[in-house]
Write a protein that binds this ligand. Structure first.
Ligand SMILES: [Cu+2]
Length: 349
């Protein structure tokens, strides 16, 4: 029974590994954008997510390798006991880092499962998982056979990563386990609370400001026209995380599927799901800045989020290219093209 639980946990980690390796997800390419998306919801402030986003190679590979190790270790029952510790500490750090999002998006993200992983690891550890149906058990018996076939000289101990009969008591193991998990959680909290906001690019060629946020919404004005608000606004150079809350109704527009252009990672997140291509199903409006090569699409009744790294100052016109005019020709009737409704000016300083 306990071995079934172990293999089940291995399969769950394999599912995570699949997410990492599945090419359309572009895990490594999107890693920075994904990390940055935690910035506005991290209770310790954006410092740590910014730091992770600035070092994507290290952090993306760290997570990918640990995920791969846990997938194979639990499924095959290889170094089971070590995997219980590694898995629990890993979950504890991730849980601490992501816990701030629980309070912002209830039920969102993958926060929920980490406590479960920790609990399962504890059960596996105390239950002595890895004694059957596992490479640990096979290696141990193979080792024992090998040693038995040799004249007894000095017998090295069985490597302790394999689930040997418990020489440490369950109680001792559990103590280490709980202490380590608590320490890992403390490290995770420490990381997000104590990391100072990044001062990016303090030097030539461009002085970039810290990450800033721009919140836009699309509402139906009193005259019945859909309207962006604010339509004219000022930004600072640097990384800007946009959120568009679209309160208009969705429609099918045959001008899409449309590729997202000009954002960090080439993605926008629709209700938290990153996409490269926006389907035609329920696009209501778009947010295009031709001079920044930016093109983002906003499905009606959804929240769209995207990150733009702005390096140029000046005035930039934005406009909606999705036909939302209220007249017979929705491409050429108001509010399409009307300043303050479906076009406006961004001032970058
Ligand atoms: Cu529009």
């Amino acid at each position: 029974m306990i071995e079934v639980l172990r293999i089940g946990l291995g399969v769950v980690w394999f599912a995570n590994l699949f997410f990492v390796l599945y090419p359309p997800n572009d895990y490594f390419g999107n890693f920075s954008a994904l990390a940055l998306s935690f910035a506005p919801v991290s209770f310790g402030g954006p410092g740590f997510p910014d730091y992770v986003a600035a070092h994507p190679l290290f952090f993306s590979w760290l997570i990918a390798l640990v995920t791969g190790y846990l997938a194979f270790a639990f499924t095959l029952g290889l170094t089971t006991r070590i995997a219980c510790f590694v898995g629990s500490f890993f979950s504890a750090v991730l849980f601490a880092i992501q816990v701030g999002t629980i309070f912002i998006f209830p039920g969102g993200t993958d926060v929920g499962e980490h406590p479960l992983y920790i609990l399962i690891s504890a059960v596996l550890l105390v239950g002595g998982a890895g004694r059957s149906l596992s490479l640990d058990a096979w290696l141990r018996s193979a080792w024992a056979r090998y040693m038995a076939s040799r004249p007894a000289v000095a017998r090295p101990a069985v490597p302790s990563g394999w689930a040997t009969p418990v020489t440490l008591s369950s109680r001792t193991l559990l103590t280490y386990f709980i202490a380590g998990t608590m320490i890992s959680m403390g490290i995770g909290i420490g990381l997000i609370v104590s990391f100072p906001p990044q001062s990016t690019g303090a030097g030539p060629p461009a002085v970039l400001g810290p990450t800033t946020y721009e919140n836009l919404s699309i509402n139906i004005a009193s005259n019945g026209w859909p309207q962006y608000s604010p339509a004219n606004f000022t930004l600072h150079t640097g990384v800007v995380i946009f959120t568009i809350v679209d309160n208009d109704s969705p429609m099918n527009w045959t001008g899409c599927p449309c590729p997202v252009l000009g954002t960090v990672g080439g993605i926008e997140k629709i209700n938290g799901t990153p996409v490269h291509i926006v389907s035609s199903n329920n696009v209501a409006h778009s947010f295009n800045v031709p001079d920044l090569n930016l093109a983002v699409y906003s499905p009606g009744g959804n929240i769209t989020q995207f990150t733009v790294d702005i390096t140029r100052t000046g005035q930039f016109v934005w406009l909606c290219v999705v036909p939302c005019g209220t007249g017979a020709d929705p491409y050429n009737t108001p509010p399409m093209g009307v300043p303050g409704f479906m076009t406006g000016t961004i001032t970058v300083v």
